[in-house]
Design a protein around this ligand. Structure first.
Ligand SMILES: Nc1ncnc2c1ncn2[C@@H]1O[C@H](COP(=O)(O)OP(=O)(O)OP(=O)(O)O)[C@@H](O)[C@H]1O
Ligand SMILES: [Mg+2]
Length: 499
């Protein structure tokens, strides 16, 4: 045992019992359970070399890979070299103390579980440490048996969480393709509108920014409708040249044009008793809009090269990210067709207006990506999640999906960390600047936003983590505001999202 007063203790003061005295399963037994325990790496941080030595000796004797740091600052440089599973740190150290280190580790080595060593009767400090994310605390004096037991328990716990995650994912297949995930009021409202729209066969217009989930909404309407046994036939009106789109939609007879070597019934006929999804309807050329209007009114198509109208019974769901009313005013979209399509109007709100949905969307998308990439990612670290919540998401859910996919492909662990996300070049949006000053500013801007999101917009805390004064953080934010007009409000939005 060693006493509460620091500075007078040496290895001789420690109680190092026989290994058989361990009250929990031996480390050797644990090591057979999973690679995560077998390869456990531990960082011991204490400014007293003698204490470093005894802790290192005891833990290394259990088979762990142990590194040491003599100060909080040295621990930070260790984080650059390696990710640790467990950090055992003293609280009272000159310079960066254990609590500060704990906070930095949440950003720099977020996968690590931290055990703090507190002085006898320093319960307040222990509670503060636990509140700030420590997993456990050891009250001095403690025996090496206790230390080993706590470390083993912690590793066992991490292993269980990891296995639980795998089992949960194995037992719960990814949600069906048309599940609209989200619990925000906005998404709940969309879900209610989907249910109402599904009860009818009326045409539906789905609008919203790119990547918000318009197609998903269209599929959900179809899946919930009486037509769900018929096909859902999507066609991207912006991707096909006008003449080809006409023959694709309405069909053509054999020999109707030089390449028409055989007849094609067309997508309207294919979607009979089902749903025809006209994606990017705003891109459709005006002459074709006229023909489409006629089909809707007469419920018949005239195949290219044909003379006999063919009856069709397709429900139409159209979608666009354009403001169709403005397109009508500008003469680029036919007003009569607009009213025919816009019988039921569903608007999908941008992701930045429903940031509270981001955590559940992340879970859902990670599961989907696990299936796609044959990966077993367990999710996103808390700090990384805050950073995701704070981003502008101009590309909405699709952008979020792409960011997660990149992080899963290039990430190093079973949880997506800030580090995995910070390599994401799409985060700041736009083309990266070529000059060094522009690139540094861009990185600084993103980093400020990430730290603010991670600290839940606590600027005092953010300044401390960034290692700058509160005044310079404000100055930087002001210049960000000048530049982007929205930096501070962005962190505010991250706050609002989880209120
Ligand atoms: N609420 C949601 N729940 C689950 N997944 C979603 C949600 N919203 C969007 N997605 C997913 O995000 C991706 C983009 O969605 P979708 O293709 O429906 O968007 P969109 O609005 O049609 O995009 P675009 O305008 O670019 O065509 C898809 O993989 C979709 O499954
Ligand atoms: Mg789409």
């Amino acid at each position: 045992m060693f006493g509460a007063s620091r500075g007078v203790l040496g290895p001789v003061g420690w109680d190092v019992p026989a290994r058989t005295g361990c009250p929990v399963a031996s480390a050797a037994a644990l090591r057979t359970e999973g690679d995560h325990v077998a390869t456990a790496s531990i960082l011991v941080v204490d400014d007293e070399p003698a204490i470093q030595d005894i802790l290192t000796w005891s833990l290394a004797a259990e088979g762990y890979s142990v590194a040491t740091a003599g100060s909080g600052e040295e621990a930070l440089t260790r984080f650059e070299e390696q990710d640790f599973d467990v950090i055992v740190t003293d609280i009272v150290m000159p310079g960066l103390n254990g609590l500060d280190l704990l906070e930095r580790s949440r950003l720099l080595n977020p996968r690590a579980s931290v055990i703090v060593m507190t002085a006898y009767a320093a319960l307040e400090t222990a509670i503060t440490a636990l509140r700030r994310g420590a997993c456990d605390y050891l009250e001095k004096p403690f025996s090496m048996d206790v230390l080993k037991e706590r470390v083993q328990r912690l590793l066992q716990y991490r292993e269980t969480i990891w296995k639980d995650g795998l089992v949960r994912r194995a037992l719960q297949p990814p949600a069906a393709g048309h599940t609209l995930v989200g619990e925000s009021d906005a998404i709940r409202a969309v879900r209610e509108q989907i249910a109402l729209a599904a009860r009818t066969s009326s045409n539906v217009l789905v609008t919203g920014e790119s990547g918000v989930g318009k197609e998903l909404v269209a599929r959900a309407v179809h899946a919930a409708s009486a037509r769900h046994d018929g096909g859902f036939v999507p066609v991207n009106c912006g991707a096909i040249p006008e003449t080809l789109l006409e023959s694709q939609l309405f069909g053509h007879l054999r020999g109707a044009f030089t390449t028409a070597v055989q007849a094609n019934p067309g997508l309207f006929a294919t979607a009979s008793h089902g749903t025809l999804f006209l994606d990017e309807i705003g891109e459709m050329a005006l002459p074709l809009q006229v023909k489409l209007l006629r089909v809707i009114e007469e419920k018949c198509v005239l195949p290219v090269g044909g003379t006999k109208p063919v009856p069709v019974d397709a429900r139409i769901i159209a979608s666009t990210n354009r403001d169709l009313e403005r397109e009508v005013e500008a003469g680029r979209f036919r007003e009569d067709l607009f009213y025919r399509l816009n019988v039921v109007h569903l608007t999908v709100p941008p992701l930045r207006e429903r940031r509270g949905d981001i955590p559940v969307l992340v879970d859902h998308l990670v599961e989907r990506l696990n299936a796609k990439l044959e990966a077993c990612c367990l999710g996103v670290e808390r700090d990384a999640l805050w950073s995701l919540i704070g981003r502008p998401w101009k590309g909405n859910v699709r952008e979020l999906e792409n960011v997660l996919e990149r992080a899963m492909v290039f990430g190093r662990g079973e949880l997506i960390s800030m580090r995995d996300l910070s390599s994401d070049q799409g985060a700041a949006g736009g083309t990266p600047p070529q000059d060094l000053r522009g690139a540094v500013r861009r990185f600084e801007r993103q980093h400020l936003m990430d730290v603010l999101a991670a600290t839940q917009s606590d600027k005092r805390k953010a300044a401390r983590l960034l290692g700058i004064s509160l005044a310079s953080l404000y100055r930087k934010l002001r210049s960000e505001d000048d530049e982007t007009g929205s930096a501070a409000s962005k962190s505010q939005r991250a706050d609002d999202a989880l209120k």
